[in-house]
Design a protein around this ligand. Structure first.
Ligand code: NAD
Length: 397
């Protein structure tokens, strides 16, 4: 099968396995070139197959020789379906990470379910004994409520008034306006249920109940704060309410871990990067593109892997932590510097659409967007046939 990008309404419906392999390998090579650090022995990552969760996994497996367990929700290839990028990322992480001689285990299924929590608990009991770091890096459009058997969906909406902002059509490479309407009370509630902190809390209570948290255990979840151009849509919208809930749960978990384990729970505010969801959030694509341009110019642009490596080596297990008045770890401090924000906003508001599309930052955004799904890597010959069945047979068991 020749695998070409299949994108519908800015959403990839397929992935290229060999490109996903390259994506994982590039991050591993980057991690190997960075310093090693004294970090956690056993790590559980909820949402570790892509984005910030995968970068965290690689940074820890290679930076501090950690054992890693990863829970993710991914589709395997079937017939003409290529499987999701995260599914291949898991497979190829396992292939490469054999060289670490540590334990790396994947659980594919619904992290929100009690069944998944029990499976992970059983595995920890049998193979690791206890956990030193839990990372909750889940991003999902829906959560099954197992009590009512209803799928609850999250919503990207504003509060108070509608908002219009630009986004990029990743196929035609044109900029167009996207409108976000106001979320209802129910939609806020649902978004908080899916993307808030209740499931993170449930994981921590379950691990505590089973006595699987080690002394000095830490847990982290990732938030986004951002600046004035995204506030109406992100922090001031339905997603912002979910992040407030996540941060509220961090305080509750922190009390539990401090008292019982001399541990801690923390929120890290990470910088804006290219994600599958960026194109559906008005202004975000343009903001990230201009931000890349400005941060590159000032020599402070970081890859997703370098960002997470710095989180663990300097701010979580090192002594260079920067926190705000709510005790959130501000890994995004470079993005939030006033001159970076000022230049980014200026660029967003003064450049024409054509000029925005010509920016090096926009080209990086679009390249990253395609590479998340395994496309546009120079090292891959995309005209070559990919035999998914044979590939699956060659994979490590
Ligand atoms: P992503 O979409 O790349 O990864 C999400 C992960 O969650 C995947 O591993 C996926 O398999 C997993 N997942 C989704 N539903 C699941 C389920 N039901 N069961 C098990 N696993 C499931 O997301 P990302 O962009 O890396 O975001 C991760 C976190 O970082 C989010 O909380 C996000 O808000 C936060 N964050 C992102 C940015 C950004 O710019 N991307 C910035 C700051 C903070």
């Amino acid at each position: 099968m020749i695998i070409e990008p299949n994108i519908r309404s800015n959403f990839f419906t397929n992935a290229h396995p060999l490109g996903c392999r390259q994506n994982v390998l590039n991050q591993i090579n980057e991690a190997k070139a960075l310093c090693t650090f004294q970090g956690p022995k056993n790590v559980l990552i909820i949402g570790g197959s892509s984005g910030y969760g995968l970068a965290s996994r690689i940074a820890l497996a290679y930076g501090s020789n950690s054992n890693t367990l990863n829970v993710s929700f991914e589709n395997e290839p079937k017939g003409s379906k290529t499987g999701s990028a995260g599914w291949w990322n898991n497979i190829y992480f396992q292939e490469f990470a054999k060289e670490t001689n540590q334990i790396h285990k994947d659980f594919v299924g619904d992290a929100f379910s009690s069944e998944m929590k029990q499976n992970v608990i059983n595995y920890i009991k049998e193979h690791l004994g206890g956990i030193d770091l839990v990372i909750y890096s889940l991003a999902s459009g829906g959560r099954m409520n197992y009590e009512t058997n209803e799928l609850v969906r999250s919503h990207i909406k504003t509060l108070g008034e509608d908002a219009v902002g630009k986004t990029i059509d990743v196929v035609s490479k044109e900029i167009y306006n996207l409108t976000l309407t106001q979320g209802s009370e129910q939609e806020v509630k649902d978004t908080v249920y899916v993307m808030g902190g209740s499931d993170w809390y449930a994981w921590m209570l379950a691990l505590d109940h089973e006595k699987l948290l080690n002394k000095h255990v830490k847990t982290l979840s990732y938030t986004y704060i951002g600046g004035p151009t995204t506030v109406k849509i992100y922090r001031g919208g339905t997603l912002g309410k979910a992040k407030e809930d996540l941060e509220k749960h961090a305080v509750m978990i922190d009390v539990l871990l401090k008292d019982k384990y001399l541990g801690e729970a923390a929120i890290s505010s990470s910088k804006a990067v290219t994600t599958k969801a960026s194109v559906f959030i008005p202004q975000m694509t343009i903001y990230v593109s201009c931000l890349y341009e400005v941060m590159k110019k000032h020599g402070v642009h970081e890859s997703i892997l370098a960002h997470k490596h710095r989180l663990f080596s300097e701010m979580v297990y090192g002594n260079k932590r920067i926190v705000d008045d709510q005790n959130r770890i501000r890994l995004d401090h470079l993005e939030m510097e006033s001159h970076i924000q000022k230049e980014t906003v200026e660029m967003m508001t003064t450049l024409s659409n054509d000029e925005l599309l010509q920016l090096h930052g926009t080209k990086i955004f679009l390249r990253d967007f395609y590479q998340i799904n395994g496309f546009v890597f120079d090292s891959i010959d995309y005209s070559k046939d990919v035999d998914l069945e044979t590939l699956a047979k060659q994979l490590p068991k």
